[in-house]
Ligand binder design. Structure first.
Ligand SMILES: Cc1cc2nc3c(=O)[nH]c(=O)nc-3n(C[C@H](O)[C@H](O)[C@H](O)COP(=O)(O)OP(=O)(O)OC[C@H]3O[C@@H](n4cnc5c(N)ncnc54)[C@H](O)[C@@H]3O)c2cc1C
Length: 286
């Protein structure tokens, strides 16, 4: 059977040709993570994407990085990418300002299948920058909130100040009946919430396992433990979806940089159903 995550639209342009786009806004989410809002109206007016897909973002004269799209898929004209500064490319992107140009090609990859969750409960488990590719899932579900049962968001960050989209987290909880549970590795004097790993949050919720679809994105070790927890609670594996990450170059399955066993994460992933990726999850050398 075809994986519901794997059907995705092809890029509207030649996937190897980078289009110049204007940075319309830069928002710093925390000390080392920022969101670029890119203006597509000039060069990519027909751009559409599905939640979970990513673009290759190009810094002229330097190179590209794979970055998930973090905005609402129904918004036209602009696109958000939330970027964690970790190395040379992302640091260069962090220096960009409103009015600067970057290059873009995409969208690439598979997507979070949201239709499969219609009529069911949704459990989103994520850590750190992993919330960025899941934000479009929340926008999509919350637009038709009555079509879904409970919506649970389990989210972990390093510290209270590292948490992304703090205003939205409150809005989702207060205005959209999302059960938002947040935990941090280290609290501070103002933090009254949970401290510990994301998986510890499962002890505060009861899941109706047969009737729940789970979307998981974060560091690989967090995803492994989350999958264990979901399986322990009886979630059928085909109701669990994960987004994988590997170093990427071409993004269209030619170069092999992102190969993981028999699969290329750029074109078969990044989103996989658990039965498809399970055999590879525990194999460290891949
Ligand atoms: C499908 C996909 C979607 C992605 N979406 C996003 C996104 O939405 N936002 C985002 O910020 N990043 C995302 N990434 C990761 C991003 O592509 C890399 O962080 C980026 O390419 C690093 O480039 P760099 O030159 O800054 O760092 P590099 O010079 O390549 O790496 C510098 C150091 O950071 C480490 N490093 C690299 N990547 C990571 C990482 N992700 N986390 C922690 N340490 C890392 C390296 O091991 C190295 O030690 C995504 C990756 C994939 C494959």
């Amino acid at each position: 059977m075809r994986d519901p995550a794997s059907v995705a639209p092809a890029p509207v342009q030649d996937p190897m040709i980078t289009q110049p786009v204007l940075i319309r806004r830069v928002i710093w989410e925390n000390d080392d993570t920022f969101t670029l809002t890119l203006d597509l109206t000039g060069t990519l007016p027909g751009f559409t994407f599905l939640p979970g897909q990513f673009n290759m973002v190009y810094v002229y004269g330097m190179g590209e990085a794979a970055i998930s799209i973090s905005s609402d898929p129904t918004r036209t004209g602009t696109l958000d990418h939330t970027i964690h500064r970790v190395g040379a490319m992302t640091t260069r992107l962090a220096h960009k300002k409103r009015g600067d140009m970057v290059g873009l090609r995409g969208p690439f990859g598979s997507h979070w299948p949201i239709d499969v969750a219609r009529g069911k409960d949704v459990c989103i488990a994520t850590g750190g920058i992993g919330l960025a590719p899941l934000r479009p899932v929340l926008y999509t579900i919350l637009r038709e909130r009555d079509q879904y049962g409970r919506v649970i968001l389990l989210y972990g960050g390093r510290s209270p100040l590292d948490l992304l989209y703090r205003v939205e987290l409150e809005r989702w909880a207060n205005e959209h009946e999302v059960e938002v549970l947040v935990t941090v590795d280290r609290g501070d004097s103002s933090w009254k919430g949970h401290i510990g790993v994301v998986t510890a949050l499962f002890s505060y919720i009861k899941l109706d396992a047969r009737n729940t679809v789970a979307y998981v994105c974060g560091p690989e070790i967090m995803m492994k433990y989350t999958v264990d927890e979901l399986e322990r609670r009886g979630l059928p594996p085909d109701q669990v979806y994960l987004s994988m990450e590997r170093n990427m170059k071409c993004a269209i399955g030619f170069c092999g940089h992102c190969q993981m066993g028999p699969t290329f994460i750029c074109k078969d992933g990044p989103v996989y159903s658990l039965p498809r990726i399970r055999p590879l999850l525990d194999r460290k050398e891949l």
